[in-house]
Each structure stands twice: as structure tokens, then as C-alpha cells.
Write a protein that binds this ligand. Structure first.
Ligand SMILES: Cc1cc2nc3c(=O)[nH]c(=O)nc-3n(C[C@H](O)[C@H](O)[C@H](O)COP(=O)(O)OP(=O)(O)OC[C@H]3O[C@@H](n4cnc5c(N)ncnc54)[C@H](O)[C@@H]3O)c2cc1C
Length: 452
């Protein structure tokens, strides 16, 4: 029997995980990517932003040394060095990904892919046009930053997130518009590098939608670090002068700075994709999917940001993997779990770090829950680290003890949440966590204490 032919358009986490799993399962796989394998996640989003935050984190880590009996150290910024560090991290990831996919026999096509029929894809490459006919098509073209109609990013004074890795100079005073995950991560990043920062927050809480207690702790940390918060202010225009910017808000306030950065969401990359030619339905540019990640055309699957589900790299990669398994028929002879998007762990890489999974206390309105909370101030390892900020909260079912979710604010929150994520996915109970013998001294011990 001939191998199933996959044609995947877009090589970010969604596309490359799908390609890798499908090839391992015996499919003939073509992966079309117009920019770089690893996708926007590698080139613009997760990797460069977390590399910048890691560099800034070293600065603040070193600044805690004084409280630990060490002489103060003040690292200075080397923007060219920082750029090289980011680029070399990206290069290493890109090379290892290319090598892995090539070794699995994936045909990697450098070019822009477009659907020209329900089973036909055309790739425009530097060497001309290539046509592919596929049994299974996967669309994973991702998204890009949304630019509001009232401003034009010039890459000099007004930046999108993609123009900030790193900017040619450390902004003296950065006005950040948007206080979702991306906005607050950029606040932390540039504050660590010594910029003054003003954050324009359209609601009354940074990180709208997150547990208010969690958001409050981040706000407190921002205020301690002298971040100006313009709460309840919606930006509506930016004046750009030679030496700075003025961000006008709808409540009459004007935030002045040397630079402005937009962090106001994303829009899907679907305009040039030929969705109509293949009869694929879309909604506001996103492509709705069913629980198997199928579009309105059964053999055309969609993964990653384009599906408009949780816009997370981890979710994109899981969708890619699930698509490969489903299209290759694995669900026919073994149990196939659909993705439960409400169980996706997520993190905000600020200081303190924030991570959540499953049901939060704020979301549980009307439902009986048990909430147990443990401050890191009583956790030996947090005191040893000279960083006792934050807390850990577990949400469980009072009748069964099953863990429904958790929120963590504090050092290593993004790592610690994995235990709670596993508990939520595997339907473990609080006693499963409290009976676990964690190593000592570790921050994980706080999980055991909160579960008691
Ligand atoms: C600043 C920022 C930081 C983020 N940090 C995190 C984080 O820490 N953790 C996390 O989980 N998520 C994070 N995200 C979200 C994450 O980046 C996205 O959810 C993830 O990249 C989505 O993966 P994807 O495969 O759908 O798309 P992408 O990574 O966007 O990849 C899509 C690929 O498709 C290619 N493409 C597009 N059109 C075509 C075409 N016609 N033909 C061929 N190729 C095409 C693009 O070139 C791109 O390489 C962040 C987002 C932003 C903006």
C-alpha cells in the first residue's frame, strides 16, 4: 500500500511537530516554509523574547546577591552581544530541527504555499513553482502582531514586538501599549535592561482574565520597580517626534516616552492561503476546527495559531502531533485523547514568574471548590534563594480531592506548574501530591504543603 501523502504549509511548532510525527508513522511528508523552520515562535516570539528575559533575569539575579553576603555587581548592557546570543540560540534550534526532520525523510520546501484546490498546493520557491497533491493537508501558518489602524510602526520610535529583539538602543523610556501576557513580559524585559517604562492598561487590571490575586502581585512588583501604570486607558493615537513619542489615551491622558511598543494581540496569516479555492470555511481569518483539528474540509487539518484556539506554542505542537496521529489512523486501534484546551498550562515570564493551569479560583464562580494556598515565604528553598515572593494555589474538588487547577506566582513558577498540569491531566488528587516525596530543599515542596 502506498504511503499517505501529507502536505504541511507552515513550519512553526504546529507544522514541524506534525511533520516529524507523521514521518515517524510512515507518511510521505512535504513541509513548506517561507521563512525559517521553527516558525515565528523561533524567529520572533517565544525564543527571542525568552532569551531577552533570561539575560535581564541574570541582571536581577545578580542584584539579589547583595542580600546574600556578596559584593554588589552591576552588569552593563552589550546590545550587540545580546543580539548575537539571541541569534545563536535561534541558529542552534533551527539547525537541530532541520537535521531531525531531514533525517526523518521530510521533504522541506523553502517557499510560500497556497491551496489551489481541495487536494492541491502550490509552493512559490526561488527556483520556481512546485505543485503538490496530498491525501492530507495541514495548514499551520500561524499569526502575526496586530497593528491598530491608528498607528504605523516605523521600527525606530514605534515598534512591534518583532522590532524589539533587541532594538538598536535601550529605550530611555518605553511606553508599552497592551497589558496582556506579551505586554507585561516586555515591561519586565525592558525594566531589567534599565529603561523607564509606562504601561497603558485598557482595563483596571494587568493580565485581564487572570486570577486577580495573581495579577495584583505582578502589579505590586511593577509599582515597586517604578513602572507607571495608566489603568483604564485605551491608546488611540501616537504622535512621533524626532526625539520621542506621545501616546494619546481615550481618557485624555498622554503617555510620553522615547519609544512606544505595541502589544495588542495577533491576527492570523490566512489572507494568501487560498482557503476559498479549497472550500475551507474561515471566521475572521481564523479557521474553525473540530475536536480532531479538522477544518470544514475533512482532509484539511489546521494547527496552531491559525486555528484560533489557545495561542501557545505548546498547544500548537500538541495539535500538530494529534493531527498526525489521527490522520494516520492511530485512533482506530488505540484510545485517542482529544485536546482539552482548558488543561493547557501557560506561563508569564515576568518577575515574579506566573503560571496557571486548569480551573482558577476566579473562574470557578458557582462551582464548589477547595482552594489551598501556600506562600513561598515559608518555603526553605525560596528563602535560600533570597526570593520569598509569591504563592502557590491549588484548586480541587472538595468531594473527590481531584486537582482541578492551580496558580503559581514566584520563582520557577513555569517549571513548577508542570506537576499541577500532570495532576490535572491525569486526574490525580491532592493526596497524590501530598504523598509525593519531593527532594529537599526545593520549591516543589510548597506543592506538597499546599496539597495537604
Ligand atoms: C512576543 C511573543 C512571545 C510568545 N511567547 C510564548 C511563550 O513563551 N510560550 C508559548 O507557548 N507561546 C508563546 N507565544 C505564542 C507562540 O509564539 C505561538 O502560539 C506559536 O508560534 C504558534 O505556532 P504556529 O506553528 O501556529 O505558528 P508560527 O510559529 O507563527 O509559525 C508559522 C510559520 O508558517 C510560516 N508561513 C506562514 N504563511 C506561510 C505560507 N503561505 N507558506 C509557507 N509558510 C508560511 C511562517 O513563516 C511561520 O514560520 C508568544 C507570542 C508572542 C507574540
Amino acid at each position: 500500500m502506498r504511503a499517505l501523502r501529507f502536505c504541511i504549509v507552515g513550519g512553526g511548532p504546529a507544522g514541524n511537530s506534525c511533520a516529524s510525527v507523521a514521518a515517524r508513522l510512515g507518511a510521505e511528508v512535504t513541509l513548506i516554509e517561507k521563512d525559517i523552520l521553527g516558525g515565528a515562535a523561533n524567529l520572533w516570539d517565544c525564543i527571542p523574547s525568552k532569551a531577552m528575559i533570561a539575560a535581564g533575569g541574570v541582571m536581577s539575579f545578580v542584584s539579589r546577591a547583595t542580600g546574600m553576603g556578596l559584593d554588589p555587581v552591576t552588569p552593563t548592557m552589550d546590545l550587540a552581544g545580546l543580539r548575537e546570543y539571541i541569534e545563536s540560540t535561534q541558529r542552534q534550534l533551527n539547525e537541530s530541527l532541520s537535521q531531525m526532520l531531514e533525517s526523518q525523510g521530510v521533504d522541506i520546501v523553502e517557499g510560500s504555499g497556497t491551496l489551489v484546490g481541495p487536494r492541491e498546493v502550490v509552493a512559490e520557491t526561488v527556483d520556481g513553482r512546485r505543485e503538490f497533491t496530498a491525501d492530507v493537508i495541514v495548514l499551520s501558518t500561524g499569526s502575526r502582531p496586530r497593528v491598530p489602524e491608528w498607528c504605523v510602526p516605523d521600527g525606530r520610535r514605534v515598534l512591534t514586538t518583532r522590532q524589539a529583539y533587541p532594538p538598536p538602543e535601550v529605550p530611555q523610556h518605553l511606553v508599552i501599549i497592551g497589558s496582556g501576557v506579551t505586554g507585561v513580559e516586555f515591561v519586565h524585559m525592558f525594566k531589567s535592561f534599565g529603561s523607564d517604562v509606562t504601561l497603558v492598561v485598557s482595563r483596571q487590571q494587568v493580565l485581564p482574565g487572570k486570577d486577580p490575586e495573581v495579577a495584583a502581585l505582578l502589579e505590586e512588583s511593577f509599582l515597586t520597580r517604578k513602572v507607571n501604570l495608566y489603568k483604564g486607558a485605551r491608546a488611540k493615537a501616537i504622535d512621533v517626534q524626532d526625539d520621542g513619542v506621545a501616546v494619546h489615551c481615550n481618557d485624555g491622558r498622554v503617555a510620553l516616552g522615547s519609544h512606544a511598543l505595541l502589544a495588542v494581540g495577533a491576527i492570523p496569516n490566512s489572507e494568501q492561503l487560498g482557503l476559498e479555492a479549497a472550500g475551507v470555511e474561515s471566521d475572521g481569518g481564523y479557521v474553525p476546527i473540530d475536536h480532531n483539528c479538522k477544518s470544514s474540509v475533512p482532509h484539511i487539518y489546521v494547527a496552531g495559531d491559525l486555528s484560533g484556539k489557545a495561542l501557545l506554542s505548546s498547544v500548537a505542537a500538541m495539535q500538530g502531533r494529534k493531527i498526525a496521529e489521527h490522520a494516520m489512523g492511530l485512533h482506530r486501534n488505540r484510545p485517542h485523547r482529544h485536546i482539552d484546551y482548558s488543561q493547557a498550562a501557560s506561563a508569564v515570564f515576568t518577575e515574579p514568574e506566573i503560571a496557571e493551569v486548569g480551573l482558577t479560583e476566579a473562574e470557578a464562580t458557582g462551582r464548589k471548590i477547595r482552594v489551598t494556598k501556600m506562600p513561598f515565604s515559608v518555603t526553605p528553598k525560596a528563602l535560600i534563594n533570597n526570593d520569598p515572593r509569591g504563592f502557590l494555589k491549588l484548586v480541587s474538588d472538595p468531594a473527590t480531592g481531584v486537582v482541578l487547577g492551580g496558580s503559581i506566582v514566584g520563582g520557577q513558577a513555569a517549571e513548577l506548574i508542570s506537576v499541577v498540569a500532570l495532576a490535572v491531566t491525569a486526574r490525580l488528587s491532592v493526596s497524590d501530591i501530598s504523598e509525593t516525596l519531593f527532594a529537599h530543599p526545593t520549591l516543589s515542596e510548597a506543592l506538597g504543603d499546599a496539597a495537604e
